[in-house]
Ligand binder design. Structure first.
Ligand code: NAP
Length: 218
């Protein structure tokens, strides 16, 4: 059997299930409580997998700010094409150099641009398979992965049934625009999506937000 790390996902969504504003970014809709919760979840992970568009659009803070003496998970970025600007926070403030997985087509661009701020791993083949990335991470000794992708990256993990735990924060806003993404999704439904697969393990409300945690039923 293939060994891979446990993969947990953490996302915040509005009451109407959106994870991005109409401008394609996520800011100003989660409270300090959610950020604290996010850091607590991050502090339990060995690696933090981030989406390329999320880094480009949101430039997220990746170091822990609300957990004392916690270990920052190592950032992991999947790049199938192109590269990223080296002035993003993930490269400037990470305690450990981010790990970047890329392909033959963009390896030299990534290396030229980011070799001084990241460790770069070239994977064979035409597409970056999340399963191959996870196998690699396991071989490197990482056992707990936290995925905070955008919905596209999340979808590529859900589609291969690689996620075992979901944290969702519901924030008290309705955006209303119908073409905004949810926590995950591509062009097709998931296989047997209507079979009960997820069990609610915890739920709590703090002020005006709800924090949910589901685990996959084995
Ligand atoms: N509410 C929340 O909690 C939350 C959290 C995170 C993000 N977000 C929102 O999500 C938005 C971005 O989401 P997004 O879906 O556009 O992008 P994303 O998931 O952040 O990044 C997707 C990109 O990652 C690259 N990638 C590499 N390997 C991949 C793979 N195996 N599968 C899928 N993508 C892969 C692709 O670019 P290449 O093909 O060019 O490499 C792809 O276009 C952000 O702007 C942010 O506002 C919200």
């Amino acid at each position: 059997m293939t060994s891979i790390p446990n993969v947990t996902i953490n996302m915040a969504m509005t009451l109407d299930g959106k994870v991005s504003r109409p401008d394609g970014r996520w800011y100003g809709l989660s409270s300090r409580n959610d950020k604290k919760r996010m850091d607590e979840i991050r502090s339990k992970a060995d690696v933090l997998i981030l989406g390329k568009n999320s880094i480009l659009n949101d430039d997220p803070v990746i170091h822990l700010r609300y957990v004392e003496n916690g270990n920052d998970p190592r950032p992991v970025i999947l790049l199938r094409s192109g590269t990223l600007p080296e002035d993003k926070k993930v490269f400037r403030f990470s305690k450990q150099p981010p790990l970047i997985f890329c392909l033959n087509g963009n390896y030299s661009a990534v290396r030229d641009n980011l070799c001084s701020v990241a460790e770069i791993i070239l994977l064979p083949g035409e597409d970056l398979s999340p399963l191959e990335v996870l196998k690699h991470l396991y071989e490197m000794g990482y056992r707990e992965a936290l995925l905070e992708g955008g919905p596209s990256l999340n979808d590529s993990f859900f589609r291969l049934d690689l996620i075992s735990r979901i944290y969702v924060t519901i924030v008290p806003f309705l955006i209303g625009q119908n073409d905004l993404p949810s926590i995950t999704g591509g062009h097709k439904q998931y296989f047997e999506f209507d079979r009960k697969k997820w069990e609610l393990k915890s739920h709590d409300a703090i002020e005006n937000e709800v924090f949910l945690m589901y685990e996959k039923i084995k």
